[in-house]
Design a protein around this ligand. Structure first.
Ligand code: AVI
Length: 325
């Protein structure tokens, strides 16, 4: 027995909340949908394929960092031997985190791994993977949104906490929201707790643009899948053939933005309303923010963290930073 379990908390956002967010987004002058709803079972599967796509360098860069530098990273994160809750926000299937976890288990660190994710499906996959590959790992998965999950962990006052926020998930927030997020994270931690955050760095614009417009059409399918999800779960009748994925990267702002473009004027029906689309009208789907190093350091100091170390991949396309609360 290793105590691995998925804690079945109430679904982190209700169907009502999903519906309200969708209706609000599609009623705005510039229509938008939130990328946090991308991750149903099919969305998880498409994202898994995106991570393997040749153009999507982010996954490979961070895997390289965690695989090759795990000893140095754990030394900075776990500078003493205190029992630690290792919380991972948006853990996904844990493929990259495995390298750190394997090292921690091997070195017998007193760690309980507490992955938090809004996808119950991915938490089951993660738990099964870890049970299979690292049976000695102590683990408790939490099905929740980031801070709801973190709050439950922080109820154990004696434990040291290390928070992982990998995969450039922070890039899916606008910069102001990322700052608010870090402030909230800092306020949730105690002095001496540490975080490891993955940022995608600015680089040649074409490399970034292609990562979000892959030739196999995976990113397009990822975006379109949200329309299918809305049809299935909210009873809408989106004709997905009438939408095309478009993405643009603006080097000055470091923002890569994905849209769905309506190919003709038409209407979409929901059980209690209709939504009109003009030809070429956009739905704003996702931001993937890229960072300059100075912006990352500024973010740490503005939000009350002390930067300790930065770990880069060989090409310096990606960075995992360790900050102390
Ligand atoms: C999860 N997140 C960091 C991905 C990204 O790179 O913004 C989501 C994604 N969207 C399209 N491709 C990948």
């Amino acid at each position: 027995m290793n105590g691995n379990t998925v804690i079945n908390r109430p679904f982190p956002f209700s169907a009502r909340q999903f519906y309200d967010d969708v209706v609000e987004g599609l009623s705005a002058p510039l229509k938008r949908l939130s990328s946090k709803y991308f991750y149903d079972a099919r969305g998880d599967e498409i994202f898994r394929q995106i991570m393997q796509a040749p153009e999507y360098y982010l996954f490979r860069c961070e895997r390289e960092i965690l695989e090759r530098q795990r000893a140095a990273i754990t030394e900075v994160l776990f500078s003493d031997t205190a029992a630690t809750d290792l919380v991972e926000l948006g853990a996904g299937d844990g493929t990259k985190t495995f390298f750190l976890l394997e090292h921690l288990v091997y070195r017998k660190y007193a760690v309980v791994y507490r992955p938090i994710d809004i996808s119950q499906h991915i938490l089951h996959t993660l738990t099964a993977n870890m049970q299979d590959r690292l049976p000695e790992l102590r683990m408790d998965a939490v099905h929740a949104e980031y801070f709801d999950g973190l709050e439950t962990v922080m109820l154990r006052p004696s434990q040291r906490v290390v928070v992982l926020f990998l995969g450039a998930n922070i890039g899916n927030m606008a910069k102001e929201d990322a700052e608010a997020f870090c402030r909230h994270l800092r306020a949730s931690l105690r002095p001496g707790d540490k975080v490891l955050i993955g940022f995608d760095l600015v680089k040649h614009p074409r490399i970034i643009q292609r990562a979000y417009d892959d030739r196999a059409g995976l990113t397009a399918a990822f975006n379109i899948n949200l329309l299918h999800r809305i049809n299935t779960e909210l009873g809408a009748d989106f004709n997905t053939d009438l939408f095309e994925h478009y993405c643009t990267y603006v080097p000055e702002t470091g923002q890569c933005v994905s849209y769905l473009v309506s190919l003709e004027a038409h209407q979409v029906n929901f059980p209690d309303r209709t939504v009109q689309f003009d030809r070429d009208e956009l739905i704003h789907m996702e931001i993937s923010q890229k960072y300059r190093e100075s912006e990352i350091t500024d973010m740490a100091s503005k939000t009350g963290f002390l930067p300790l170390r930065s770990f880069y991949d060989e090409r310096r396309w990606f960075v995992d930073v360790v900050w102390e609360a």
